[in-house]
Design a protein around this ligand. Structure first.
Ligand code: FAD
Length: 314
């Protein structure tokens, strides 16, 4: 699709403007003076607020569809149960009603140093990560680049586990991996250039018999980003795991998939022993910061618990 006012938007964005969808992330950064340029409201763009279903049963979700609509759509719940659960588990009912799918994917880091007007970190013009040597118990356990605060997007993690793709107006289709990059560039939360608009999210056709669980380790029921979160998708057939996808959030400056844990589950009987053994592998490759060493156990236990929800306790 082509957006008639895209060129206009690009020009305004290049003059330090920022797009506003639901505004729930942007307005908070305006309040703390991290974002101060012109606002380009994209709520008027036509055709981005629908969930469309293709002949093969797959869904295309417009970027302006609200998080609440995805969480509560019965067809999404049936076809993509993990996505619906993750959408329904994040933030608060009010944020889910206002926040959009595009904004959820492209929100900026919640790092308190980035969001404090007195600190000039990599993401707001400086050349330092204050979280790296400062107070960082919420930091990453996979240290992938100069910025050590976890990526905030629950739905980025969920859509990674669903191997979804996104359309970027004027650019084309990109995988979720490409949307976030490899975490080595500390100046970015995602790879979109100023003024580029994410228009749609494309899901693969649903897998019949898929079971999914989402769990967030969090110190209160809602209104907080999790310490670690995990989405597991499994297909179990004749007492064997025939398909596994695992996404984790809160542990790296990009959403991650744990392919080593997925592989360890394949062709195994989904019992307690399998799950326990596979979950331990979540710690492989971690290189925590001095203050996040304990978070590695949170990661393992979060993956373990999410897997256990789907496995017979034998
Ligand atoms: C208390 C609280 C708890 C929260 N907990 C969680 C949580 O656990 N997990 C989680 O993921 N989130 C959490 N959130 C964040 C919330 O999900 C985001 O604020 C919301 O999803 C942002 O959506 P929005 O439409 O309001 O985005 P906006 O604020 O409008 O935009 C966010 C950013 O995305 C850009 N943008 C938006 N749409 C597009 C588009 N289509 N194309 C290009 N750029 C675009 C904007 O320019 C802006 O930079 C929480 C928020 C609060 C207040």
């Amino acid at each position: 699709m082509s957006l008639i006012i895209a060129q206009n938007i690009k020009e305004t964005a290049n003059t330090n403007g920022e797009l506003r969808a639901g505004g729930t992330d942007l307005q908070e950064r305006r309040r703390s003076r991290i974002s101060a340029g012109p606002i380009i409201d994209i709520r008027r763009l036509q055709g981005l607020d629908q969930i469309e279903w293709q002949a093969d049963g797959s869904a295309v979700i417009g970027a302006m569809v609200t998080i609440d609509a995805v969480a509560n759509d019965p067809k999404i719940q049936a076809a993509y149960p993990g996505l619906a659960k993750a959408a329904g588990g994040l933030a608060t009912p009010q944020i889910r009603l206002m926040g959009t799918m595009g904004g959820a994917l492209l929100q900026h880091t919640r790092c308190p140093f980035y969001r404090h007007p007195a600190y000039n970190c990599h993401k707001n013009g400086g050349d330092e990560c204050f979280a790296r040597d400062g107070h960082n118990p919420n930091g990453v356990v996979f240290d992938l680049g100069p910025c050590v605060y976890p990526h905030p997007a629950t739905l980025g993690m969920a859509l990674l586990a669903y191997e979804a793709e996104v359309d970027i107006d004027g650019v084309g289709r990109r995988s979720i991996d490409e949307l976030y990059g490899d975490g080595s560039d500390p100046t970015r939360d995602h790879t979109l250039e100023p003024g580029q608009i994410l228009t749609h999210i494309h899901l693969l056709p649903p897998i019949p018999q898929e079971k999914a669980a989402y769990f967030r380790s969090i110190s209160r029921a809602e209104a907080e980003w999790p310490i670690v979160e995990c989405l597991v998708r499994l297909v179990i057939s004749d007492d064997q795991i025939t398909f596994a996808r695992i996404g984790v959030g809160g542990v790296a400056n990009i959403p991650l998939r744990l392919e080593n844990v997925e592989q360890a589950l394949m062709s195994q009987s989904p019992g307690r022993e399998t799950v326990e053994k596979a979950a331990q592998l979540a710690a492989a490759g971690t290189n925590p910061l001095p203050q996040t060493v304990d978070k590695v156990r949170f990661l393992v236990n979060t993956v373990w618990h999410t897997l256990e929800v789907l496995s017979p306790k034998s």
